[in-house]
Structures are given as structure tokens and as C-alpha cells.
Design a protein around this ligand. Structure first.
Ligand code: NAD
Length: 464
């Protein structure tokens, strides 16, 4: 993979205004694999201008033509699938098989879904004596994290383009090469100059300049709750639209009638995938007291299969590794029982954390309340369904969750009482058309499918 020493602005790769660069590090071997420009407010300003200039033309482009361009983009992602997977593995550290199936595979599905939605969506509706037009919001400032580097870009850019918006993207500093590869794909797909622009750079510099820029009409942010709150406040002060996809602390609720072994195994796999760096991961496993010891033994056996360096990759950087190891130490300090893993680094090189399972976790412990963002499962005990619900709903987050029971209806009845945006019933599969987003402090707005598209539209009513 090659690193561009430039920004993609107005359909061209242009040198940054400043000289500063960001080193990209492979977290598996700690080697520098490239450098990208560290953009400044001036680069952001140039990108926003390019997006503003391109907006009227793209907004006026027929939806069928926008759909054709997004379909072409999907086709480029398909053609470059292996290169995408290798790039994500190099800068994020995910095992190659996971990168191929998830990091490269899911964005192809999502781009395809927006090619179809752009062609079929009703951008006009009749309400009594009114005609309501659904019009693009304008210029979108997209700020993305590193954990699903291409998915999070496509989940913002594809619906924005389908709606007729233009975009400036500021990707995470840890994974800018995937973002550069995406910009190449946009160019190859024949998307007009200025419709999509890329500025690499640091969050508090380029990210903040983008969120504050008065030429941006909507800020779509995915990342930490702390930065999300700041971006929400900035957008609120400017009366700007904002979409926030923030953290999570999701519960995997195993009701007594469930297939316990299946629920535990799938639950462990859900957290170990992507080394636990998944905002919607079910990091709290809730088990009935009568089945608790059996579930703990099953979880310890399940996690033993996740060999470090093979099935479980490193964390993205040294800071995240230290943070997660700190949480594991905190868990031990506060009285949780380690049944697998622990705070010691399992390998000498690379930012690895041992796959870890804690038993005897109580809802007041730090590891049960805060997002850890690493391969750590906490198993909590409940006496009845009401207590399970209180624990499941007892955090500031509400992004996802799972419920297991002998029949779907029982699981659905429980899921309806959960304060969360997505629940998988008895291991339900990922659906790229289902709205994804949070209740409570997990966010504002939804991504994916038609709900994700509507975030980028505003309504105009004409009365007759
Ligand atoms: P972060 O919120 O700092 O970064 C996310 C994005 O925001 C990056 O592109 C970053 O450059 C940018 N950013 C940072 N500060 C900014 C600012 N002041 N203004 C504008 N943009 C800014 O997240 P992180 O440091 O990469 O990860 C820290 C924690 O965030 C993780 O441990 C995890 O808990 C959480 N996280 C959540 C998700 C999610 O999908 N919900 C994704 C990644 C990280």
C-alpha cells in the first residue's frame, strides 16, 4: 500500500499547506509503514470550499445518476477488496481473514445498499394539499474513528452522496491509509471533483476546524463520547445539524431457557472480534445465578481458543493497549475474579492484550460501567428478569445488546424493555439496512439503510 503525501481536495491530490506529518504504525510489529500530511485549518478550509462549490451541481444531479456513481464506487471497492483488507490489517492490526470478511466486506454491502436506495428512494411526497421535497442538507463534515476504518467512512459518505450532499472527511490519525485508498476509489468511480474531499490530520486540529467551519451544514461524528459531547456543543451553538455515534457498554442477556453454550460462545466471539474494539460489543454477559458457574466455565473454555496474534490481533496503538490493561488492573483491584487473561502483555512486540474474562463482576464496578474497548468480557449474575433488566439498562450507554431465550417471543419481550438501539435476538445476523445508533449517551441519529439516508435530508413543503 502506498501513502499519499497529499490531501484529496477538489478532485486532485494536493500538497498540504503545512509540513507536519503523521506516522502510521503497524500495531502488530510497531514498525512505521508510512506518513501522511497533518492537515491544518487552512487545508480544511480549502476542502470545505471545494465541497461548497460542488454542492449545487451534485444536489441537482438526478438520483439515478447519483445511484450509478455509488454503484461504480461499490464496484471499485469489490475490485480492490484484497488491497483494502491488507491496508486495514497493516494499520489496525486485525487478522487478515477478519479484514477480508468484515473490514472490506461490510462496506461493499453498505455501498451497494445506498446505490439501490438512491435509485428507489422517494425524494418527494404528498401530504394533503402539500408536496414535500426531501432535499440534501448541504456540505457534510465527516469525522471517523479507527476501529472500523472503511465501514465508518462508507456509512457516512454513501448516504450523504445518495442524498445529494457533498463531503469533507477527516479520518482517524491511526488509519489514514484506508481513507486515502477510499479517496482513490472515489476518483476511479468517476464521482465529480469536489463531491468528496479528504483531509488527514489530528483530531484537535483538523477535526476541530472541520466541526467548527461555518461552511459545513452537518457534522457526522463517530468516536468517543467525550469528543462527541464537544462536537455536539459546537454544532448546537451554530444551529448546525449533528449526528453522533458514540460509545457503548452493551449487555448480552442470557435468559434461563436459552441454549447456554451457544449464547456464551457467540457472546465471547462477539467481544473478541476486532480485539474488542467494537462500539456495539456485548461486553457485559448477564447470566442467571443458577447457571452462573457453568457459564463462567464455558466462557473460560471459549476464550482459550482465541490465540493471540492469530485469531486476536493487537489493539490499535500503545495508548489503547495501556488503557485496556489499566482497566483489567482496575477490575482485579475492585474485586472481580480473573478466569482468563489478565493485565500482562501476552507478546513482547505489538500492542497486544490477553483475551480476558472476569467473573463475580457487580454493576457498580468500573469494568461494568465504562467502555473498555478491548478483548475483555465481564460476567454478571442476576436473580430474576427484573434484576437482569435493571443491570442491562444501568449504564449511561444504550447502543446495542443481545437476548437469548428458548423462543424468540420471550427474547423479544425482554428486548422491548431495553434502553438500547439494536438488539440481536438469539444470535440474529447483521443487517446492513437496519438503523444503527444509540439511545442515551450512545449518540444522536442513525446510520445505515433509509434511516441513515434521512439524516442527510431536510424537508421543504409546498402548499397548493
Ligand atoms: P476520538 O473520539 O478521540 O477520535 C475519533 C475521531 O475524532 C478521530 O478522527 C479523531 O481525530 C477525531 N477527534 C479527536 N478530537 C477531536 C476534536 N476535538 N474535534 C474534532 N475531532 C476530533 O476517539 P479515539 O481517541 O480514537 O478513541 C478513544 C475512545 O473512543 C475509545 O477507547 C473508545 O471508547 C471510543 N471509540 C468509540 C468508537 C465508536 O465507534 N463508538 C470508535 C472509536 C473509539
Amino acid at each position: 500500500m502506498k501513502a499519499h503525501d497529499a490531501m484529496y481536495i477538489g478532485g486532485q491530490w494536493r500538497p498540504a499547506v503545512g509540513q507536519d506529518t503523521i506516522a502510521v504504525v503497524n500495531p502488530a510489529d510497531e514498525q512505521v509503514i508510512g506518513h501522511v500530511p497533518a492537515g491544518t485549518a487552512e487545508d480544511v478550509d480549502a476542502a470545505v470550499r471545494a465541497a461548497r462549490d460542488a454542492f449545487p451541481g451534485w444536489a441537482a444531479t438526478a438520483p439515478a445518476e447519483r445511484a450509478a456513481r455509488i454503484a461504480a464506487l461499490r464496484d471499485v471497492l469489490v475490485a480492490r477488496k484484497d488491497e483494502i483488507a491488507e491496508t486495514v490489517t497493516a494499520e489496525l492490526g486485525a487478522p487478515l481473514g477478519f479484514s477480508q470478511a468484515v473490514h472490506a466486506g461490510v462496506p461493499i454491502l453498505v455501498a451497494g445498499s445506498y446505490a439501490e436506495l438512491a435509485a428507489t428512494y422517494s425524494f418527494e411526497e404528498k401530504v394533503g394539499n402539500s408536496t414535500v421535497f426531501l432535499e440534501p442538507v448541504g456540505v457534510v463534515g465527516a469525522i471517523t474513528p479507527w476501529n472500523y476504518p472503511l465501514h465508518q467512512i462508507v456509512a457516512k459518505v454513501a448516504p450523504a452522496l445518495a442524498a445529494g450532499c457533498t463531503v469533507v472527511l477527516k479520518p482517524a490519525e491511526d488509519t489514514p491509509l484506508t481513507a486515502q485508498l477510499f479517496a482513490e476509489a472515489v476518483e476511479e468511480a468517476g464521482i465529480p471533483a469536489g463531491v468528496f474531499n479528504l483531509v488527514t490530520g489530528l483530531g484537535p486540529v483538523a477535526g476541530q476546524a472541520l466541526a467548527e467551519h461555518e461552511g459545513v451544514d452537518l457534522v457526522s461524528f463517530t468516536g468517543s463520547t467525550a469528543v462527541g459531547k464537544q462536537i455536539g456543543a459546537t454544532a448546537g451553538a451554530a444551529v448546525k445539524r449533528v449526528a453522533l455515534e458514540l460509545g457503548g457498554k452493551s449487555a448480552n442477556v442470557i435468559l434461563p431457557s436459552a441454549d447456554l453454550a451457544k449464547a456464551v460462545n457467540v457472546g465471547v466471539a462477539n467481544v473478541m472480534g476486532n480485539s474488542g474494539q467494537t462500539c456495539s460489543a456485548w461486553t457485559r454477559m448477564l447470566v442467571h445465578e443458577d447457571q452462573y458457574d457453568e457459564a463462567v466455565a464455558l466462557a473460560a473454555a471459549a476464550v482459550a481458543k482465541y490465540t493471540v496474534g492469530e485469531r486476536v490481533g493487537p489493539l490499535v496503538n500503545a495508548k489503547q493497549q495501556a488503557r485496556v490493561r489499566g482497566y483489567i488492573e482496575k477490575g482485579v483491584e475492585e474485586g472481580a475474579r480473573l478466569v482468563a487473561g489478565g493485565p500482562d502483555a501476552p507478546l513482547d512486540t505489538g500492542y497486544y492484550v490477553a483475551p480476558t474474562v472476569f467473573a463475580d463482576v457487580t454493576p457498580d464496578m468500573t469494568i461494568a460501567r465504562e467502555e473498555i474497548f478491548g478483548p475483555v468480557v465481564s460476567i454478571l449474575k442476576y436473580a430474576d428478569e427484573d434484576e437482569a433488566l435493571r443491570i442491562a439498562n444501568g449504564t449511561v450507554y444504550g447502543l446495542a445488546g443481545a437476548v437469548w431465550a428458548a423462543d424468540d417471543a420471550q427474547a423479544v419481550a425482554f428486548a422491548r424493555r431495553m434502553d438500547t438501539g439494536q438488539v440481536d435476538i438469539n444470535g440474529g445476523r447483521f443487517n446492513p439496512l437496519a438503523p444503527f445508533g444509540g439511545y442515551k449517551q450512545s449518540g444522536v441519529g442513525r446510520e445505515l439503510g433509509s434511516h441513515g439516508l434521512s439524516e442527510y435530508l431536510q424537508t421543504k413543503s409546498l402548499q397548493f
